[in-house]
Design a binder for this molecule. Structure first.
Ligand SMILES: Nc1ncnc2c1ncn2[C@@H]1O[C@H](COP(=O)(O)OP(=O)(O)OP(=O)(O)O)[C@@H](O)[C@H]1O
Length: 358
């Protein structure tokens, strides 16, 4: 077992509404990521699940049973935090074994559990060392092993990779996803890093100002953002959003450009819209029927590719191009648009328009 479900969570701190009706359903065994910017209410959600936060309203169900009134201990959940201090005088083995010792497990049971988790984290060689004899990355693995050595109902993880350098963080992402598969346990993982979320999650819940904006697989959240805000938060470089409206079979930009109206959109003529274009759905190197005219604003070389900033009226469009692309600021450019992959949002509500016709 290991399902976690929260319904209508509300929590305020003074004037701040940290949670404003959060409802989530975490399936058993899933890697469920709660993604949102700083202050969105991610940690508060996790603490509510763990029983560490007194709620104003809402319920928490664990394995289908109401656990809203249960103590943290009775919930049988493991919290994994950003900072995990190891006991400096103890070896890695003793550190990893400590949660099981505290629960008075037998020596043979402890040895088997430590051996298993150390194997998964590739730290068997380090077990007799003390923290001072470990590198930062090795310490992080030992700390993770200590958190994962138990088999609670679910693991609640609060940005556990934040304090690592970029290289190690990328490595640990792959490791955590692999460990999740091996353990088959339920992970509820909080992060503000969209790459982390998209690369590890089975399901992503996007949170903003205490409200769930969208829940879906990483592909759904990226390819079918529920609203303009999710479209802007998920994806790098950020999606370009251009004010426009439909008129007959054309889209007319506020900046004066026109494009063929995408076949799938149902928007009525004249309604204020935002056209969302991701950098990889735009090109300055190919020619197509649907194009926008602009001028080169800047180049951002990223090694494997270059992001070309193109100014269309007062808007800057981000376009992914080959690393070798060149140009001079101010020169005229045509940006080809893949309208089948474009997004349209209601400019008033920010909600994505129905894509039933796609
Ligand atoms: N104990 C507290 N007292 C007062 N305000 C709090 C408290 N805990 C959280 N808040 C406020 O509630 C809001 C949500 O905080 P929370 O820590 O859940 O956000 P978060 O999404 O985890 O952010 P971060 O990514 O920065 O950790 C924030 O505005 C925060 O300032």
């Amino acid at each position: 077992m290991g399902t976690v479900a929260v319904h209508g969570l509300r929590k305020s701190f003074g004037k701040v509404q940290a949670l404003d009706g959060v409802t989530l359903d975490v399936p058993e065994g899933s890697f469920f990521v709660v993604l949102g910017p700083s202050g969105a209410g991610k940690t508060t959600t996790l603490r509510a699940i763990a029983g560490l936060e007194k709620l104003d309203a809402g319920s928490v169900r664990l394995d289908g049973r109401d656990a809203t009134g249960d103590t943290p201990a009775a919930r049988d959940l493991a919290m994994v935090f950003q900072n995990y201090a190891l006991y400096p005088r103890h070896t890695a083995y003793e550190n990893i074994a400590s949660p099981l010792r505290a629960r008075r497990r037998s020596a043979s049971e402890i040895a088997a559990a430590v051996e298993r988790i150390s194997g998964l984290l590739h730290i068997e060689r380090l077990l007799q060392r003390r923290p001072a004899q470990l590198s930062g990355g090795e310490m992080q693995r030992v700390a993770l092993a200590r958190a994962l050595v138990r088999t609670p109902r679910a693991f609640l993880m609060d940005e556990p990779l934040t304090n690592l350098d970029l290289k190690l963080r990328v490595e640990m992402r792959t490791e955590l996803a692999r460990i999740h598969r091996s353990l088959g346990a339920t992970f509820v993982y909080v992060t503000n890093d969209q790459v982390e979320a998209l690369s590890m999650a089975d399901q992503v819940a996007v949170l903003k100002e205490g409200k769930v904006q969208q829940v879906g697989t990483p592909t759904e959240v990226y390819e079918r953002p529920a609203n303009q805000w999710v479209a802007g938060f998920v994806g790098s470089p950020p999606i370009s959003l251009l004010p426009c409206h439909a008129e007959g079979d054309r889209l007319i930009g506020a900046e004066g450009w026109t494009l063929p109206r995408p076949r799938w959109t149902t928007a009525e003529d004249g309604r204020p819209l935002l056209l969302g274009l991701r950098a990889e759905d735009l090109s300055v190197e190919q020619r197509g029927d649907a194009s926008l005219s602009g001028e080169l604003y800047g180049l951002e070389p990223l090694g494997d590719r270059t992001v070309v900033d193109v100014r269309v009226g007062t808007e800057i469009l981000k376009v992914k191009a080959r690393a070798t692309v060149t140009g001079t600021p101010g020169e005229r450019l045509l940006v080809t648009v893949d309208l089948d992959r474009a997004h349209l949002f209601d400019a008033g509500t920010g909600l994505a328009l129905s894509e039933a016709g796609r």
